[in-house]
Design a protein around this ligand. Sequence first.
Ligand SMILES: [Zn+2]
Length: 238
Amino acid sequence: MGHSRNRLITHPRGAAMRRTPDEPLKACIKHQHGYFRGEKCQYCSEEGELVMSPRHLDQFGRVMAGVLRHFPDRFELEMDQQGWVAAGEFIESLKHQRRHFSYLTMDHLKAAVETDPKGRYQLVDGRLRATYAHSIELELDLPTDDVPEHLYFACSQEDSNEYLEQGLYPLDRQMVHLSGTRLNALEAGRHIIGKPVVLLVDVRAAEKAEKPIMKAGTTVYVTYEVPASCLRKLPDSA
Ligand SMILES: [Zn+2]
């Protein structure tokens, strides 16, 4: 198709980000190892059956993220306060409004959600939602148990002084997004100009201050705010 892997695209928030490599979505039918992304099943190395081409998966992933995080109204979907929409209505609406999604079934949706590398979606009892990065106001009820003692947030040197004084508040999204590791934080903050500063979040202190933090994705955690008293600069960042 002539486009290279890992090319830079413009992120909706204005930052440049790397695309994940184009991979097909497949199913291991022969040994029933489930859905997977890539050419071969990681358990049996069989090629499996194609569920979605890289192009279809890419198109679908963009629309799903957009609808569930930013514009359910555009697809006439009713979203509740926890971010859920009816999965069947989601599929019907996409099929109805975009002719190139006429092939979509619940199996495609299930496969895309199950294999999402960042765990960004939940599909439970016929309901579907994104677990983070919303620009619409919600009251997410994500798990607060099993959150590690420390989380990380990368920012510019200049912003760090303000955050250390005033705490962390959401800017362009509805919630503050924290990372599970220092490396994940630097990855999330790759658009920062200059040498980034990594802030360490004391999760237990935030819980004591009644600002619980929720687990939203594989390495992403969200909260409404982090008080300044729960933040400190990582010693190894300038
Ligand atoms: Zn297999």
